[in-house]
Write a protein that binds this ligand. Structure first.
Ligand SMILES: [Zn+2]
Ligand SMILES: [Zn+2]
Length: 267
C-alpha cells in the first residue's frame, strides 16, 4: 500500500498524484487524472502507454508512470466493484448531506476512514430506518478508497446479490455452477467489502452459517468491512448463531446509528 509521499507529490492532490474530477460525465474528461501541478509538468511521455520516453540515448520510465498505472488499476477495480446504481456510483464525501446529528457523526467517521486508510482498525456498521443515506455513505467510502488507493473493493447487497449468487452455483448448467467456494473466498479476502442491507432470514440455517463464515473469515483476516442494516444489531443479531455474529461484528466494526426522516426523493 502506498503511503503519502510528501516529497514526490503536492498538497493540491493531497499527496496522491491523482485528481478526481466529479463532473467528468458532463465534461467528457477522465474520472481520474494525474495531478496537473506535480505530475503533468514532469511528464515526458505524453500519457502514451506504456509510459516510457526516450532521452535520445535510453528508453526510460516516465515520472508519470506509477501514477498513470495506479489510475488504470483503480478504474478497472471500480468498474467491477458492484456499485451499479447511478444514485451511488462516483459519489464522494461531498455528496453526503448532513441532515441531523447522527448523519454528522457518521459523515465524520467516514471522513476519518477515508483520510487515514489503510491505518484504520475498525470498519463501520451503519444501522437505522430506510432512506437515511446508509447505502450512499457506504458506497462513498468504497468509492473514495478504491479511487485513491487502487485497493480491491466489493459492494454486495446481501439478500439480492450474495445469496442469489451462491444459490446459482448449485444449479447445474448455471454459468457459475460449482463456483461457490470461489465466490466465498473472493468476498472473504477482498480488501474492502460493503455488505449492504444486512438482515437475515432466520429460518435458514444455511444462510446463517454462510453469513457467519463470511464475517468470521473477514474478522480473522482483519479485513476492512462496512455493513448497513435497517435494524439495531444489538437487538436483531443477539440470538443469531448464538450471538457469534454480533460479537465478531462488535470487534470489527464501529456501530453507528443513522436514523431520521426518509429524505429520498419520492418518485
Ligand atoms: Zn499534486
Ligand atoms: Zn509521462
Amino acid at each position: 500500500m502506498e503511503k503519502k509521499e510528501k516529497g514526490k507529490f503536492c498538497s493540491y492532490c493531497d499527496y496522491s498524484g491523482i485528481i478526481y474530477n466529479p463532473s467528468f460525465e458532463i465534461t467528457g474528461e477522465n474520472a481520474l487524472s494525474p495531478c496537473p501541478k506535480c505530475v503533468i509538468p514532469q511528464c515526458k511521455c505524453g500519457g502514451e502507454e506504456p509510459y516510457y520516453y526516450s532521452d535520445g540515448e535510453n528508453i526510460l520510465p516516465c515520472f508519470c508512470r506509477d501514477t498513470r498505472m495506479k489510475i488504470d488499476r483503480a478504474l478497472e477495480i471500480y468498474s467491477n466493484c458492484g456499485i451499479e446504481s447511478r444514485k451511488f456510483k462516483w459519489k464522494t464525501i461531498n455528496d453526503f448531506k448532513v441532515v441531523n446529528n447522527l448523519a454528522k457523526e457518521a459523515k465524520n467517521a467516514a471522513y476519518d476512514i477515508i483520510r487515514k486508510f489503510p491505518d484504520v482498525n475498525k470498519g463501520l456498521y451503519l444501522w437505522g430506518n430506510p432512506g437515511t443515506g446508509k447505502t450512499l455513505l457506504s458506497s462513498i467510502i468504497l468509492t473514495e478508497l478504491v479511487l485513491h488507493h487502487a485497493v480491491k473493493g466489493k459492494f454486495i447487497k446481501i439478500s439480492r446479490n450474495f445469496f442469489n449468487l451462491l444459490r446459482s452455483t448449485f444449479i447445474e448448467g448455471s454459468e457459475r455452477y460449482g463456483q461457490s467456494g470461489l465466490i466465498e473466498k473472493e468476498l472473504a479476502t477482498v480488501d474492502i467489502l460493503v455488505i449492504d442491507d444486512f438482515g437475515v432470514q432466520r429460518d435458514s440455517p444455511w444462510e446463517q452459517e454462510t453469513l457467519y463464515n463470511l464475517i468470521d473469515a473477514r474478522y480473522e483476516g482483519e479485513k476492512f468491512t462496512i455493513i448497513t442494516s435497517n435494524n439495531n444489531p444489538e437487538k436483531s443479531l443477539k440470538e443469531l448463531s448464538e450471538g457469534r455474529i454480533l460479537s465478531r461484528i462488535r470487534e470489527m466494526c464501529r456501530i453507528m446509528e443513522l436514523s431520521g426522516e426518509d429524505f429520498r426523493e419520492k418518485s
